[in-house]
Design a protein around this ligand. Structure first.
Ligand code: NAP
Length: 341
């Protein structure tokens, strides 16, 4: 049998039930994975409260009851027809798209083979499960800002929300790529940016972004949409670009409905894009949205092999203790929250 964590209704605090269901059978190209760990990301805590329902309904992922969770570490139990890269017993980690089939907060999940990677046998599942969703989103944000291994060396990059999960992963990757980093961290966390390899680090607060130079090649906003305009004002004239994961797309659609929400988003995107272009005419501008990405997963596997990527895990709890894991995330407590089904 499969046990799954069902989020029953959009409420704060969230309401859960653990239900039993038949073990699914892998279809063509799918792998049945016994989940050993799955993370609770900030998006899960927000979705449990109803955030994003209207837009995600288009993907079949808006209606409660919901099984949340986008990443996992586990063991292959069985493979469907057409799967050649995996066999039963292997340790793996991977991603689930947000969609009709539901998420990874369960004991067993079906994962398309291109969304799975082989894991090192010695990597603890809880440490692995904290990474795929955040790393892939961070990677997509780097792409969105025009940053890659080929141009990151010596690039001056400003990271907002640097003390969070995405921020720490960007710090680890970009330090390895030789970028020159400035971090904007949470209160009391300035030193963390410096310890993780930033040249300069500040804490967020009134007037602090304005105190930074106006010569950054790229800006990554993982902190707050309220900072978006000020962050753009720090781009240099030849900047590569700016990307944000904290854009108002889902919130606008929740509040205004599909059409008006899409219209408000377009208006905000165009205004933000115009600010970036005014500073740096050739720069890219992107609102990053998570989706499974093979190149990013492979980059994560490489970074893991080279032991340069990790996130601290704050709590690791069973499905029956899910409320505590969600509370940990909602309260912004240090370290990732992981479920051990
Ligand atoms: N669009 C997408 O598809 C997508 C995908 C993944 C994540 N996200 C979003 O991206 C953001 C970062 O994700 P994460 O996993 O890194 O989250 P996280 O671990 O909770 O970190 C959030 C970071 O933002 C900082 N922050 C909080 N409130 C802020 C404010 N008002 N102004 C500036 N900074 C603030 C936090 O500072 P402290 O250190 O002081 O807490 C922390 O550094 C989250 O909002 C998440 O929901 C979006």
């Amino acid at each position: 049998m499969r046990r799954e964590l069902i989020c029953t209704a959009p409420t704060t605090p969230p309401q859960f039930e653990v239900r039993r269901a038949e073990l699914p059978r892998p279809g063509r190209g799918e792998v049945l994975v016994r989940v050993l760990a799955s993370s609770v990301n900030p998006i899960d805590a927000k979705r449990a409260a109803g955030y994003g329902q209207r837009l995600l309904a288009l993907k079949g992922a808006g209606r409660f009851p919901l099984v949340l969770g986008n990443d996992l570490a586990g063991q292959v139990l069985a493979v469907g027809p057409g799967v050649s890269q995996f066999t039963a017993g292997q340790q793996v980690f991977g991603l689930l798209a947000t969609g009709r089939a539901g998420g990874a907060h369960a004991t067993h999940v079906l994962v398309p083979q291109q969304q799975l990677m082989l894991a090192d046998k010695n990597s603890p599942p809880s440490a692995l499960a904290a990474l795929p969703y955040s790393f892939v989103t961070m990677w997509l944000a780097l792409n969105g800002a025009g940053l890659s291994l080929s141009n990151a060396r010596q690039a001056r990059v400003l990271i907002n929300g640097a003390s969070g999960g995405l921020g720490r992963l960007a710090l680890q990757l970009l330090t390895a790529w030789g970028s020159r980093l400035t971090t904007i961290c949470g209160r009391g966390q300035r030193q963390l940016g410096l310890d993780m390899g930033a040249e300069h680090s500040i804490e967020r607060g009134p007037g602090n972004i304005e105190s930074l130079p106006k010569d950054f090649d790229a800006v990554l906003n993982f902190g707050s949409w309220d900072d978006e305009a000020l962050l753009s004002s720090r781009l240099g004239p030849k900047a590569l670009g700016q990307a944000t994961t904290v854009h108002p797309l889902l919130g606008h659609v929740d509040r205004l409905g599909l059409l008006a929400g899409a219209w408000a988003s377009r208006k905000d995107w165009r205004a933000a894009r115009a600010r970036v272009s005014a500073r740096a005419p050739g720069a890219r501008y992107a609102w990053t949205v998570f989706k499974p990405d093979r190149e990013a997963l492979e980059a994560l596997a490489t970074s893991l092999r080279e032991r340069r990527i990790a996130l601290p895990v704050g709590v690791a709890l069973s499905l029956d203790q899910a409320e505590l894991a969600f509370e940990h995330v909602s309260a912004g407590r240090p370290g990732r929250a992981v479920l051990l089904p």
